[in-house]
Design a protein around this ligand. Structure first.
Ligand code: NAD
Length: 470
């Protein structure tokens, strides 16, 4: 049955004032599977009015009350997880197993912020005569992408809602169902009209109109560095706070003292999830020269065994990429690297037939001036290089303008300390590739953005601390 995703404004679903719609495409078949409503300026203004109108009552509620709504929403989402995961797989391309895992993390995110609402929002006594009272900043504009829409929408909603803010969520048009499911469960769980609003449409038009409104006090965006910089520039005019979770180009360093097959397995499992379209997934593997050939054999064997296909087929390990833009990007970046002398060990070209499929691709001997070593590849491609001494590994790891995640496989305590101090990134993981959890703050630096998501720090992005002297 064709899908018809609507906007949610002031507690009601609506088609959009001008009736415009976008087609929704199944990336495995390139066939249309439904439509998404587009917001007109009137819809955006209505969402602003609804969010501003609901603010005072929402921030005056006890944090526990707000948390209870998130906990109930988590239960509701959990109960419809199978159907929601099937929708996500159909529109985004990821396997059903990946979609289920992602929704499980979305549920955990609502649960963590819901269960900890009272503690997170509690006044902080500095001493007997001074207290910091966390206070909601106001209306938040949130922008989410198409790669992990379930968990990213959950993160973009949970922290500001618990903080006492109302939210206008502009979710990704190419993967709209997660935003709809999340807004629906929050509404059913008792979030009052106007507290959560959902828009789709023309992203620049919506963001310009939202950020131009003095009612919006903060914006939170996950997406490309290019768009993040545009939004930060817009936000400067009204001095709105920004949380910018932008791209990444994560290195993984593999030392000779590690279990090579286990490292290759962990890298493949994390890297090729969601067809490599993850800001945290590694894109560069830097291997100690003495084990370089041996490690490559493991990596190539494991990556080459990945079964690429329709995400709904239980036999599939990796689905298609989300859209034709990613295929064009793979062609351009890999073509450029090959033109400059890189070797393709596996993959490197798309198969014939419909669908946005790109196979796991491993490149070696990629020259330093290749675009793929500077631009975020955001796809199932790894560039492998070697290092002679650990200082050189750290230097190679730090060569991009991004600074999001990094990974190191080593048994050496000294090297772990050296990597922790030397890697210019928001997170370092040793001997595993770990995803993001709701209870821990996560950030990028440099071109990967600024601000925190997750944990208390992620909540404080949407609160100011009022100093009360008594
Ligand atoms: P894009 O830069 O056009 O869009 C990225 C996201 O931002 C999309 O969800 C889009 O709807 C939204 N967007 C675009 N312009 C906007 C605007 N003016 N205001 C508000 N939102 C806007 O590119 P794309 O082709 O969708 O994705 C390509 C690149 O984006 C990738 O190469 C990757 O670097 C980055 N990306 C990063 C993440 C992440 O998790 N950090 C997720 C998706 C995409």
């Amino acid at each position: 049955m064709a899908r018809n995703h609507l906007l949610f404004v002031g507690g009601d679903w609506r088609p959009g004032a001008r009736g415009h719609r976008l087609d929704l495409i199944d990336p495995a078949t390139e066939r249309g599977i439904g439509q998404v409503a587009c917001a007109a300026p009137d819809d955006i203004d209505d969402a602003l009015a609804a969010a501003a109108g609901a603010l005072d009552a929402w921030r005056a509620r006890a944090p526990d009350d707000r948390g209870r709504i998130l906990l109930d929403a988590a239960d509701l989402l959990d109960a419809r997880l199978d159907a929601a995961a099937a929708d996500l797989s159909e529109e985004q391309g990821k396997t059903v197993a990946e979609a289920r895992g992602e929704y499980a993390r979305a549920v955990e995110t609502l649960q963590w912020y819901g269960a900890n609402a009272a503690d997170l929002c509690a006044p902080v006594a500095l001493d007997r005569s001074r207290t910091l009272v966390p206070s909601a900043v106001g209306v938040v504009a949130a922008f989410t992408p198409w790669n992990y829409p379930a968990v990213l929408n959950a993160r973009k909603l949970a922290a500001p809602l618990v903080a006492g803010c109302t939210v206008i969520l502009k979710a990704a048009e190419e993967a709209p169902s997660a935003g709809c499911h999340l807004v629906e469960v929050l509404h059913e769980a008792g979030a009052p009209a106007g507290v959560v609003n959902l828009l789709f449409g023309d992203p620049p038009e919506i963001s310009r109109r939202l950020v131009a409104s003095a009612a919006v006090k903060a914006l939170t965006f996950t997406g490309s560095t290019r768009v993040g910089k545009q939004l930060a520039a817009l936000a400067a005019a009204n001095l709105q706070r920004c949380v910018l979770e932008l791209g990444g180009h994560s290195p993984v360093i593999v030392c000779a003292d590690t279990d090579l097959p286990a490292a290759a397995r962990a890298i493949c499992d994390y890297k090729f999830e969601c067809a490599g379209q993850s800001c945290n997934a590694p894109s560069r593997v830097i291997v100690e020269a003495t084990v370089y050939e041996r490690f490559l054999e493991h990596l190539v064997a494991m990556a080459g065994a990945i079964r690429v296909g329709d995400g709904r087929d239980p036999a599939t390990d990796m689905g298609p990429m989300a859209n034709a833009r990613r295929i064009e990007a793979m062609r351009a970046l890999i073509g450029d690297a090959v033109d400059r002398g890189a070797n393709v060990l596996i993959g490197g070209a798309e198969p014939a037939g419909p669908g946005f499929f790109w196979p796991p691709t491993i490149l070696t001997d990629v020259p330093a001036d290749a675009r793929i070593l500077r631009e975020e590849p955001f796809g199932p491609v790894l560039a492998v290089s070697r290092f002679e001494d650990f200082d050189d590994a750290i230097r190679q790891a730090n060569t991009t303008d991004y600074g999001l995640a990094s990974y190191v496989f080593t048994a050496s305590r000294d090297r772990r300390a050296q990597a922790t101090a030397g890697l210019a990134v928001g997170s370092v993981s040793f001997n595993r590739l770990k995803g993001i959890a709701a209870d821990a703050p996560n950030c990028g630096i440099d071109d990967s953005g600024y601000g925190y998501e997750g944990g208390m720090e992620g909540l404080r992005e949407f609160q100011y601390l009022k100093l009360v002297n008594h």
